[in-house]
Write a protein that binds this ligand. Structure first.
Ligand code: PAN
Ligand code: ZN
Length: 186
């Protein structure tokens, strides 16, 4: 019987994935037009600033049911006006599919919004575990001064629906108010 080495390594203290099959993507400020509340402020900032990056290990074809994907996201610290750097956020296209996120480094909030636009946020810190139920949109904001790193695991047929967020947004935004993060209704 053959013995194999793992194809993928997770650096446990950094949350980073290593291996030849890891897909890597980068989200720069110029790709986030219309995402932040103050679009004028966003447009005046350095458009080449790296806001977040994502690694994904997708051992089965995307869209195939029954598989699981594994990811890493790193959100850099910063704000557009009062609003913390954050991911675009999405519902899953296959609406009733769940996901796990867990914090590895840094601090921030996981912002969750259900199909009735009810919204809440969970604090993310190293070791915090977050179950994202199906039918719940999710986005992460970095409220700290260091990169916020988290890992994720989601079904291979979940898909990403960015369009409904682009159209309707989240019902609240995480803003810095008097030096503290506050979820402010739109
Ligand atoms: C994550 C996210 C990742 C980037 O892997 O895709 O954190 O956020 P956006 O996709 O919203 O830009 C996930 O939730 N996958 O389902
Ligand atoms: Zn997701």
């Amino acid at each position: 019987m053959a013995l194999f080495n793992p194809k993928v390594f997770l650096t446990l203290t950094e949350g980073k994935l290593e291996g030849t099959e890891i897909k890597q993507s980068y989200k720069y400020l110029n790709a986030l037009a219309g995402v932040f509340k103050n679009e004028t402020a966003r447009a005046e900032m350095d458009q080449d600033a790296l806001i977040y990056e994502v690694q994904a290990y997708m051992p089965v074809e995307e869209g195939k049911s029954g598989g699981l994907f594994f990811g890493n996201s790193t959100i850099y610290p910063g704000k557009v006006d009062q609003e913390y750097f954050m991911t675009r956020g999405h519902f899953h296209s296959n609406f009733d599919t769940a996901e796990y996120y867990w914090g590895v480094k840094g601090e921030g909030y996981l912002i969750l919004m259900d199909e009735n636009r009810k919204i809440w946020a969970e604090k993310m810190t190293p070791g915090s575990v977050h179950y994202i139920p199906g039918k719940v949109a999710h986005r992460v904001a970095n409220t700290g001064s260091e990169p916020l790193v988290f890992n994720a695991c989601w079904p291979s047929d979940a898909g990403h629906d960015y369009e409904s967020i682009a159209e309707h947004g989240f019902s609240a935004r995480l803003l810095e108010v008097d030096g503290e993060p506050k979820l402010v209704e739109e």
